[in-house]
Design a binder for this molecule. Structure first.
Ligand SMILES: [Zn+2]
Length: 423
């Protein structure tokens, strides 16, 4: 069901108090005693960003109309043997246990692995949600699924796009799940290790509440924490590990270059010479570069510095309204360098790209972020590897952990015969 604070004039609307027994009926939060407004009424602080819910408010829930149709699965290319195995495993898991976990490295082809499961639910005229923390990925994935399921109504949902009418598949940010209560028969949570989902109680609740009580849940991630894996193991829940990419080449690991400081703050700010020389060497070899920076401010300084050296580059961040256009320009190889914050740590595939991480020991580059950034290289079969250079003042525990992860995944992939040495 959908839920909102206003009545849409639908006849079959179910009305309920928004706060019952100190519990918010929209997000499930337990209302604390000090969550009191100027009129001494209790309100829900947890979901306030979606419009404040106050004691005495009424919440409306109603069924979304859907039209039965003949769905079609149109694969663009065949899955690898390992992808087929993973696909069968997850399908069987959700049918028999209503739950499944996929633990797959970046570039394993996670989305493709789910097509059969999605199709299975569609054929039963059931409703599906594909939920991802990031808006940019929501839009991309929605377009991609539309090609694979041409007869299916698929709608993206994010802060500026709220139309889900007649959608059999909703591709949604996790935040937008606030609109649903026990709506979906299948809910797939992708990139469960990404900000802002990770360790966010509100978002965790929204995912659970959006799923029907007998619905099936799939969680996908490239990196699970040890305690998460232990919990899955302890409960004997089905998890499929895919340590190799679909093209059977190993994951590239980091090259570390120590620099005392990334920028020299003279009269005109200049980039460290070692970084500059590495960038120039890549450009001379006609290689496109993504340069990850820890902050928007450093991105701006880097852009100015590179331009002073006569280098053509684009700079994107979450506050940049032209980012989609710039990314498309980079994708079309019209510019050789794209400077970005961790905004683009996932969901972007550029053939043949190499990566530089500037100030890699900065606190924003945790192990999950570093693993995702490293996962941007070598995603194409025709260009299966690339350089990932960390420019850093020092080694830290996050860099070590990310490096170890890549080594372990490669080892596991070798042991299972998923890396082809003849390639
Ligand atoms: Zn709430």
């Amino acid at each position: 069901m959908k839920q909102s604070l206003s009545n849409f004039g639908l006849s079959e609307t179910h009305k309920l108090q928004a706060i019952i027994h100190n519990t918010c009926q929209r997000c499930g939060a337990i209302i604390q005693q000090d969550w009191i407004d100027d009129y001494f009424r209790l309100y829900c602080k947890d979901c306030e960003a979606f419009g404040r819910i106050v004691e005495g408010d009424v919440l409306f829930r109603y069924h979304r109309p859907l039209i039965k149709k003949n769905h079609l699965l149109k694969l663009e290319f065949e899955l690898s043997n390992e992808q087929i195995k993973a696909s069968q495993y997850l399908l069987n898991s959700v049918i028999s246990q209503h739950i499944g976990y996929l633990y797959a490295v970046c570039g394993a082809g996670k989305t493709e692995i789910l097509y059969e499961t999605i199709f299975h639910f569609l054929q039963k005229n059931q409703v599906i949600c594909f939920s991802i923390p990031r808006t940019d990925v929501v839009i991309e994935l929605s377009k991609r699924l539309t090609k694979i399921f041409p007869n299916t109504v698929i709608k993206p949902l994010y802060n500026k796009e709220k139309d889900d009418s007649l959608a059999d598949i909703v591709v949604s940010t996790v935040h937008q799940l606030i609109q649903y209560y026990e709506e979906f028969d299948l809910l797939i949570l992708d990139e469960a290790d990404a900000f802002p989902y990770k360790s966010n109680d509100l978002l965790t609740r929204l995912v659970k509440r959006a799923l029907k009580p007998d619905g099936a849940f799939i969680m996908m991630s490239a990196t699970y924490e040890n305690h998460e894996l232990k919990a899955i193991d302890k409960k004997n829940l089905p998890i499929y590990q895919l340590p190799a990419r679909y093209h059977q080449h190993q994951l590239d690991t980091f090259t570390i270059i120590y620099v005392d400081e990334v920028m020299k703050m003279n009269q005109s700010i200049t980039i460290h010479n070692d970084i500059l020389q590495w960038i120039i060497s890549k450009l001379n070899a006609s290689i496109q570069l993504m340069l990850f920076v820890p902050t928007i401010a450093i991105g701006t300084l880097l852009e100015q510095s590179l331009k002073r050296h006569g280098l053509n580059c684009l700079n994107v961040s979450s506050v940049d309204h032209h980012r989609a256009m710039k990314i498309n320009q980079f994708r079309a190889n019209k510019t050789p360098i794209l400077i970005t914050t961790t905004l683009l740590e996932r969901g972007i595939t550029i053939k043949g790209v190499h990566i530089g991480i500037i100030d890699a020991s900065h606190v924003v580059f945790n192990r999950h972020t570093l693993i995702q950034i490293a996962g941007r290289v070598g995603r194409h079969k025709a260009s299966p590897s690339g350089e990932i250079v960390l420019f850093t003042r020092r080694m830290n525990i996050e860099i070590k952990a990310a490096k170890k992860y890549i080594q372990l995944m490669n080892k596991e992939a070798y042991n299972r015969g998923l890396i082809n040495n003849d390639l």
